[in-house]
Design a protein around this ligand. Structure first.
Ligand SMILES: *Cc1c(COP(=O)(O)O)cnc(C)c1O
Length: 364
Protein backbone atom coordinates (compact mmCIF):
# COMPACT_ATOMS: atom_id res chain seq x y z
CA UNK A 1 0.00 0.00 0.00
CA UNK A 2 0.95 3.63 -0.01
CA UNK A 3 2.47 5.18 3.07
CA UNK A 4 3.39 8.64 4.21
CA UNK A 5 6.44 8.43 6.46
CA UNK A 6 6.64 11.35 8.87
CA UNK A 7 10.02 12.02 10.49
CA UNK A 8 9.62 13.95 13.74
CA UNK A 9 13.38 14.64 14.13
CA UNK A 10 13.17 16.70 10.92
CA UNK A 11 10.19 18.60 12.32
CA UNK A 12 12.30 19.34 15.38
CA UNK A 13 15.16 20.58 13.17
CA UNK A 14 12.78 22.96 11.35
CA UNK A 15 11.30 24.16 14.63
CA UNK A 16 14.79 25.10 15.84
CA UNK A 17 15.71 26.82 12.57
CA UNK A 18 12.56 28.92 12.77
CA UNK A 19 13.15 29.74 16.44
CA UNK A 20 16.70 30.81 15.62
CA UNK A 21 15.31 33.36 13.17
CA UNK A 22 13.12 34.95 15.85
CA UNK A 23 13.84 37.23 18.77
CA UNK A 24 13.71 35.38 22.05
CA UNK A 25 10.47 37.15 23.04
CA UNK A 26 8.61 36.40 19.81
CA UNK A 27 5.92 33.74 20.23
CA UNK A 28 5.86 30.87 17.79
CA UNK A 29 2.33 29.84 16.89
CA UNK A 30 2.51 26.51 15.03
CA UNK A 31 -0.24 26.12 12.46
CA UNK A 32 -1.38 22.48 12.41
CA UNK A 33 -4.55 22.85 10.35
CA UNK A 34 -5.60 20.27 7.75
CA UNK A 35 -4.04 17.41 9.71
CA UNK A 36 -0.78 19.36 10.14
CA UNK A 37 -0.54 19.86 6.38
CA UNK A 38 -1.53 16.26 5.72
CA UNK A 39 1.26 14.89 7.89
CA UNK A 40 -0.62 13.64 11.01
CA UNK A 41 -1.87 16.39 13.32
CA UNK A 42 -1.78 14.67 16.69
CA UNK A 43 1.80 13.35 16.83
CA UNK A 44 3.04 16.60 15.31
CA UNK A 45 1.10 18.76 17.76
CA UNK A 46 2.39 16.61 20.63
CA UNK A 47 6.01 16.96 19.53
CA UNK A 48 5.58 20.73 19.09
CA UNK A 49 4.11 20.94 22.56
CA UNK A 50 7.12 19.05 23.95
CA UNK A 51 9.42 21.42 22.09
CA UNK A 52 7.83 24.36 23.85
CA UNK A 53 5.73 25.95 21.13
CA UNK A 54 3.77 28.94 22.47
CA UNK A 55 0.46 28.07 20.84
CA UNK A 56 -1.09 25.98 18.09
CA UNK A 57 -3.55 27.08 15.44
CA UNK A 58 -6.12 25.29 13.31
CA UNK A 59 -8.62 26.45 10.71
CA UNK A 60 -11.88 25.05 12.10
CA UNK A 61 -13.22 24.20 15.55
CA UNK A 62 -13.48 20.47 14.82
CA UNK A 63 -9.73 20.33 14.25
CA UNK A 64 -9.13 21.97 17.61
CA UNK A 65 -11.54 19.61 19.37
CA UNK A 66 -9.59 16.66 17.99
CA UNK A 67 -6.37 18.07 19.45
CA UNK A 68 -7.99 18.71 22.84
CA UNK A 69 -9.42 15.18 22.88
CA UNK A 70 -5.92 13.83 22.31
CA UNK A 71 -4.65 15.72 25.32
CA UNK A 72 -3.07 18.85 23.84
CA UNK A 73 -2.92 21.53 26.54
CA UNK A 74 -1.37 24.55 24.79
CA UNK A 75 -3.58 27.44 23.67
CA UNK A 76 -5.26 26.61 20.34
CA UNK A 77 -6.32 29.42 18.02
CA UNK A 78 -9.15 28.72 15.60
CA UNK A 79 -8.58 30.88 12.52
CA UNK A 80 -11.97 30.48 10.83
CA UNK A 81 -14.69 29.68 13.37
CA UNK A 82 -18.16 29.48 11.84
CA UNK A 83 -21.36 30.84 13.32
CA UNK A 84 -22.73 27.36 14.01
CA UNK A 85 -21.33 25.59 17.03
CA UNK A 86 -19.58 28.55 18.66
CA UNK A 87 -20.35 27.06 22.07
CA UNK A 88 -18.07 24.10 21.32
CA UNK A 89 -15.15 26.54 21.27
CA UNK A 90 -15.84 27.37 24.89
CA UNK A 91 -16.48 23.74 25.88
CA UNK A 92 -13.03 22.79 24.58
CA UNK A 93 -11.21 25.98 25.56
CA UNK A 94 -10.39 26.95 21.98
CA UNK A 95 -9.55 30.56 21.19
CA UNK A 96 -11.58 32.06 18.34
CA UNK A 97 -10.12 34.44 15.80
CA UNK A 98 -12.95 36.88 15.26
CA UNK A 99 -13.08 38.36 11.78
CA UNK A 100 -16.56 39.83 11.23
CA UNK A 101 -19.11 41.96 13.04
CA UNK A 102 -21.64 39.10 13.11
CA UNK A 103 -19.08 36.71 14.57
CA UNK A 104 -17.81 39.15 17.19
CA UNK A 105 -21.35 40.07 18.30
CA UNK A 106 -22.44 36.46 18.45
CA UNK A 107 -19.38 35.24 20.32
CA UNK A 108 -19.61 38.23 22.66
CA UNK A 109 -23.22 37.48 23.65
CA UNK A 110 -22.37 33.79 24.12
CA UNK A 111 -19.49 34.63 26.46
CA UNK A 112 -21.77 37.00 28.34
CA UNK A 113 -24.55 34.44 28.64
CA UNK A 114 -22.03 31.90 29.97
CA UNK A 115 -20.63 34.41 32.46
CA UNK A 116 -17.16 33.89 31.10
CA UNK A 117 -14.35 35.93 32.58
CA UNK A 118 -11.62 37.17 30.22
CA UNK A 119 -12.27 34.53 27.58
CA UNK A 120 -9.28 34.70 25.19
CA UNK A 121 -10.07 35.96 21.69
CA UNK A 122 -8.05 37.20 18.71
CA UNK A 123 -8.99 39.78 16.10
CA UNK A 124 -8.18 39.44 12.43
CA UNK A 125 -7.92 42.49 10.16
CA UNK A 126 -7.89 42.56 6.39
CA UNK A 127 -4.97 44.73 5.32
CA UNK A 128 -4.94 43.85 1.63
CA UNK A 129 -5.40 40.15 1.01
CA UNK A 130 -9.11 40.93 0.76
CA UNK A 131 -10.09 37.52 2.02
CA UNK A 132 -11.31 37.60 5.60
CA UNK A 133 -11.13 40.08 8.47
CA UNK A 134 -12.35 43.39 9.81
CA UNK A 135 -11.64 46.52 7.83
CA UNK A 136 -8.98 48.59 9.62
CA UNK A 137 -11.56 51.42 9.80
CA UNK A 138 -13.62 49.27 12.21
CA UNK A 139 -10.97 49.41 14.91
CA UNK A 140 -12.87 51.62 17.37
CA UNK A 141 -16.09 49.63 16.96
CA UNK A 142 -14.13 46.41 17.58
CA UNK A 143 -12.44 47.76 20.68
CA UNK A 144 -15.73 49.04 22.00
CA UNK A 145 -17.25 45.56 21.65
CA UNK A 146 -14.26 44.05 23.42
CA UNK A 147 -14.45 46.45 26.31
CA UNK A 148 -16.29 43.87 28.40
CA UNK A 149 -15.04 41.78 31.30
CA UNK A 150 -16.06 38.47 29.70
CA UNK A 151 -13.63 38.81 26.77
CA UNK A 152 -9.87 39.22 26.74
CA UNK A 153 -8.20 40.41 23.56
CA UNK A 154 -5.06 38.30 23.36
CA UNK A 155 -3.87 39.23 19.91
CA UNK A 156 -4.47 41.31 16.81
CA UNK A 157 -3.25 40.10 13.47
CA UNK A 158 -3.35 40.22 9.73
CA UNK A 159 -2.05 38.07 6.88
CA UNK A 160 0.22 38.97 3.96
CA UNK A 161 -0.96 38.33 0.42
CA UNK A 162 2.50 37.68 -1.08
CA UNK A 163 4.96 37.03 1.73
CA UNK A 164 7.27 35.01 -0.52
CA UNK A 165 7.53 37.72 -3.18
CA UNK A 166 10.68 39.80 -3.45
CA UNK A 167 11.49 42.05 -0.54
CA UNK A 168 10.47 45.27 -2.24
CA UNK A 169 7.03 43.97 -3.09
CA UNK A 170 4.89 47.09 -2.87
CA UNK A 171 1.75 45.27 -1.74
CA UNK A 172 3.52 43.79 1.30
CA UNK A 173 4.90 47.25 2.12
CA UNK A 174 1.39 48.70 1.90
CA UNK A 175 -0.01 45.94 4.10
CA UNK A 176 2.74 46.53 6.64
CA UNK A 177 1.98 50.25 6.73
CA UNK A 178 -1.74 49.58 7.26
CA UNK A 179 -0.88 47.12 10.02
CA UNK A 180 1.46 49.59 11.73
CA UNK A 181 -1.27 52.28 11.67
CA UNK A 182 -3.74 49.79 13.05
CA UNK A 183 -1.38 48.86 15.85
CA UNK A 184 -0.89 52.53 16.68
CA UNK A 185 -4.67 53.07 16.88
CA UNK A 186 -5.10 50.01 19.04
CA UNK A 187 -2.44 51.11 21.47
CA UNK A 188 -3.93 54.63 21.63
CA UNK A 189 -7.48 53.44 22.15
CA UNK A 190 -6.97 50.79 24.80
CA UNK A 191 -4.79 50.30 27.85
CA UNK A 192 -4.74 46.55 27.14
CA UNK A 193 -1.71 45.35 25.25
CA UNK A 194 -2.56 42.47 22.96
CA UNK A 195 0.13 40.78 20.90
CA UNK A 196 0.45 41.71 17.23
CA UNK A 197 1.38 39.35 14.42
CA UNK A 198 1.59 39.38 10.66
CA UNK A 199 3.98 36.72 9.36
CA UNK A 200 3.49 33.19 8.06
CA UNK A 201 6.33 30.82 7.07
CA UNK A 202 7.75 32.72 4.11
CA UNK A 203 7.22 35.97 5.99
CA UNK A 204 9.60 34.72 8.70
CA UNK A 205 12.28 34.17 6.06
CA UNK A 206 11.59 37.25 3.95
CA UNK A 207 10.57 39.88 6.49
CA UNK A 208 12.01 38.92 9.90
CA UNK A 209 11.92 42.62 10.79
CA UNK A 210 8.08 42.47 10.81
CA UNK A 211 7.84 39.69 13.38
CA UNK A 212 6.19 41.91 16.04
CA UNK A 213 5.16 39.76 19.04
CA UNK A 214 4.42 36.44 17.32
CA UNK A 215 4.57 34.55 14.03
CA UNK A 216 2.23 31.90 12.63
CA UNK A 217 4.23 29.14 10.97
CA UNK A 218 2.78 26.17 9.11
CA UNK A 219 4.46 24.82 6.00
CA UNK A 220 8.03 25.68 7.07
CA UNK A 221 7.72 23.22 9.94
CA UNK A 222 7.33 20.56 7.26
CA UNK A 223 10.44 21.66 5.39
CA UNK A 224 9.06 24.09 2.81
CA UNK A 225 9.49 27.84 2.88
CA UNK A 226 8.44 28.64 -0.69
CA UNK A 227 11.91 29.58 -2.01
CA UNK A 228 14.61 27.02 -2.80
CA UNK A 229 17.32 28.93 -0.91
CA UNK A 230 15.18 29.10 2.22
CA UNK A 231 14.23 25.42 1.86
CA UNK A 232 17.92 24.54 2.09
CA UNK A 233 17.93 25.45 5.76
CA UNK A 234 15.04 23.10 6.45
CA UNK A 235 14.55 19.34 6.32
CA UNK A 236 11.66 17.68 4.51
CA UNK A 237 9.48 15.95 7.11
CA UNK A 238 7.45 13.48 5.07
CA UNK A 239 8.05 10.96 2.33
CA UNK A 240 5.30 9.47 0.18
CA UNK A 241 6.01 5.88 -0.77
CA UNK A 242 4.10 3.20 -2.64
CA UNK A 243 4.82 -0.34 -3.86
CA UNK A 244 4.55 -1.70 -7.37
CA UNK A 245 1.58 -4.08 -7.42
CA UNK A 246 1.93 -5.34 -11.00
CA UNK A 247 4.33 -5.07 -13.93
CA UNK A 248 3.37 -6.04 -17.45
CA UNK A 249 4.70 -5.78 -20.94
CA UNK A 250 2.68 -3.70 -23.37
CA UNK A 251 3.21 -3.97 -27.12
CA UNK A 252 4.41 -1.09 -29.26
CA UNK A 253 1.50 1.09 -30.40
CA UNK A 254 -0.87 -0.07 -27.63
CA UNK A 255 -2.78 2.25 -25.36
CA UNK A 256 -2.41 2.49 -21.59
CA UNK A 257 -5.19 3.55 -19.22
CA UNK A 258 -8.61 5.16 -19.49
CA UNK A 259 -9.56 7.01 -22.64
CA UNK A 260 -6.53 5.56 -24.42
CA UNK A 261 -4.52 7.99 -22.33
CA UNK A 262 -1.07 7.08 -23.64
CA UNK A 263 0.14 5.24 -26.74
CA UNK A 264 3.40 3.35 -26.42
CA UNK A 265 6.09 4.07 -29.02
CA UNK A 266 7.98 0.87 -28.30
CA UNK A 267 7.39 -2.34 -26.41
CA UNK A 268 7.09 -1.03 -22.84
CA UNK A 269 7.17 -2.21 -19.28
CA UNK A 270 4.31 -0.70 -17.34
CA UNK A 271 4.25 -0.79 -13.54
CA UNK A 272 1.07 -0.16 -11.57
CA UNK A 273 0.99 1.68 -8.23
CA UNK A 274 -1.86 1.44 -5.70
CA UNK A 275 -2.45 5.18 -5.43
CA UNK A 276 -4.74 7.40 -7.47
CA UNK A 277 -6.61 10.64 -7.64
CA UNK A 278 -8.80 9.59 -4.71
CA UNK A 279 -5.60 9.66 -2.66
CA UNK A 280 -4.63 13.15 -3.74
CA UNK A 281 -2.41 12.39 -6.72
CA UNK A 282 -4.63 14.33 -9.06
CA UNK A 283 -5.09 13.84 -12.80
CA UNK A 284 -2.92 16.89 -13.47
CA UNK A 285 0.07 14.64 -12.64
CA UNK A 286 -0.79 12.24 -15.47
CA UNK A 287 0.59 12.28 -19.02
CA UNK A 288 4.29 12.39 -18.07
CA UNK A 289 3.91 15.43 -15.79
CA UNK A 290 4.62 13.59 -12.55
CA UNK A 291 7.42 11.11 -12.05
CA UNK A 292 8.41 8.76 -9.27
CA UNK A 293 11.72 7.48 -8.00
CA UNK A 294 12.24 3.73 -8.52
CA UNK A 295 15.54 2.05 -7.63
CA UNK A 296 17.48 5.28 -8.02
CA UNK A 297 15.89 6.32 -11.32
CA UNK A 298 12.93 8.45 -12.35
CA UNK A 299 9.95 6.80 -14.03
CA UNK A 300 7.21 8.95 -15.57
CA UNK A 301 3.51 8.61 -14.80
CA UNK A 302 1.82 7.65 -18.05
CA UNK A 303 -1.70 8.25 -19.32
CA UNK A 304 -4.60 9.24 -17.11
CA UNK A 305 -4.38 8.72 -13.37
CA UNK A 306 -7.22 6.47 -12.18
CA UNK A 307 -9.11 6.74 -8.91
CA UNK A 308 -7.17 4.03 -7.07
CA UNK A 309 -4.22 3.25 -9.34
CA UNK A 310 -1.73 4.88 -11.62
CA UNK A 311 0.73 3.58 -14.20
CA UNK A 312 4.40 4.36 -14.67
CA UNK A 313 6.73 3.53 -17.54
CA UNK A 314 9.60 1.43 -16.21
CA UNK A 315 10.97 0.25 -19.55
CA UNK A 316 14.33 1.77 -18.66
CA UNK A 317 14.12 1.17 -14.96
CA UNK A 318 14.89 -2.39 -13.92
CA UNK A 319 12.49 -3.22 -11.11
CA UNK A 320 10.11 -5.91 -9.93
CA UNK A 321 6.69 -6.27 -8.39
CA UNK A 322 6.81 -5.32 -4.71
CA UNK A 323 9.54 -2.71 -5.24
CA UNK A 324 9.16 0.51 -3.34
CA UNK A 325 8.76 3.81 -5.18
CA UNK A 326 8.92 7.33 -3.81
CA UNK A 327 6.89 10.34 -4.95
CA UNK A 328 8.67 12.85 -2.76
CA UNK A 329 10.89 12.81 0.27
CA UNK A 330 14.02 14.24 1.82
CA UNK A 331 16.08 14.21 -1.38
CA UNK A 332 13.28 15.17 -3.81
CA UNK A 333 10.89 17.62 -2.16
CA UNK A 334 7.11 17.70 -2.53
CA UNK A 335 7.42 21.26 -3.87
CA UNK A 336 9.23 19.88 -6.97
CA UNK A 337 6.66 17.15 -7.49
CA UNK A 338 3.83 19.68 -7.01
CA UNK A 339 5.31 22.05 -9.55
CA UNK A 340 5.29 19.32 -12.18
CA UNK A 341 1.51 19.20 -11.84
CA UNK A 342 1.14 22.99 -11.76
CA UNK A 343 0.30 23.07 -8.11
CA UNK A 344 2.03 23.90 -4.83
CA UNK A 345 3.34 21.90 -1.89
CA UNK A 346 0.40 23.08 0.26
CA UNK A 347 -2.21 21.56 -2.06
CA UNK A 348 -0.28 18.35 -2.65
CA UNK A 349 0.41 17.67 1.04
CA UNK A 350 -3.02 18.58 2.38
CA UNK A 351 -4.75 16.68 -0.42
CA UNK A 352 -3.23 13.30 0.49
CA UNK A 353 -6.20 11.14 1.40
CA UNK A 354 -6.97 8.99 4.43
CA UNK A 355 -6.18 5.74 2.60
CA UNK A 356 -2.51 6.66 2.69
CA UNK A 357 -1.22 5.27 5.94
CA UNK A 358 0.67 7.77 8.10
CA UNK A 359 3.72 6.21 9.72
CA UNK A 360 5.31 8.44 12.30
CA UNK A 361 9.00 8.00 13.13
CA UNK A 362 10.08 9.42 16.46
CA UNK A 363 13.72 8.83 15.64
CA UNK A 364 15.59 8.41 12.37
C1 LIG B 1 -2.49 28.76 7.15
C2 LIG B 1 -2.22 30.06 7.79
C3 LIG B 1 -0.93 30.37 8.23
C4 LIG B 1 0.28 29.49 7.97
O1 LIG B 1 0.80 29.75 6.69
P1 LIG B 1 2.14 29.03 6.18
O2 LIG B 1 2.41 29.69 4.88
O3 LIG B 1 1.82 27.59 6.05
O4 LIG B 1 3.17 29.28 7.21
C5 LIG B 1 -0.74 31.56 8.91
N1 LIG B 1 -1.77 32.39 9.15
C6 LIG B 1 -3.03 32.14 8.71
C7 LIG B 1 -4.10 33.10 9.02
C8 LIG B 1 -3.30 30.96 8.02
O5 LIG B 1 -4.54 30.71 7.58
Amino acid sequence: MSELHVYLPNLEHNYRVIRSRLHSKTDLIAVVKAGAYGNAAIPIARRLEELGVDALAVAYSEEGILLRKSGIKKPILVFYPQLEGLDTLITHQLEPCLYSTTLLEKFGSLAKKNNEKNYPVHIKYNTGLNRIGFAPSQVSWVLNQLNEPFLDLKSVYSHLAASEASKDDSLSKLQLKTFLDLRKHHLELTPKSPKFHLLNSSGVFNYPEYQFDAVRVGIALHGYANQPHWDQELKVVSELKSKICQIHTVKKGAYVGYDHGWKTTRESLIAVLPVGHADGIGRHFGHHKGRVFVRGKWAPIVGNICMDLLMIDVTETPCKEGDEVSFFGTSHPASDFAERGNTISYELLTGLGPRIKRIVHKTI
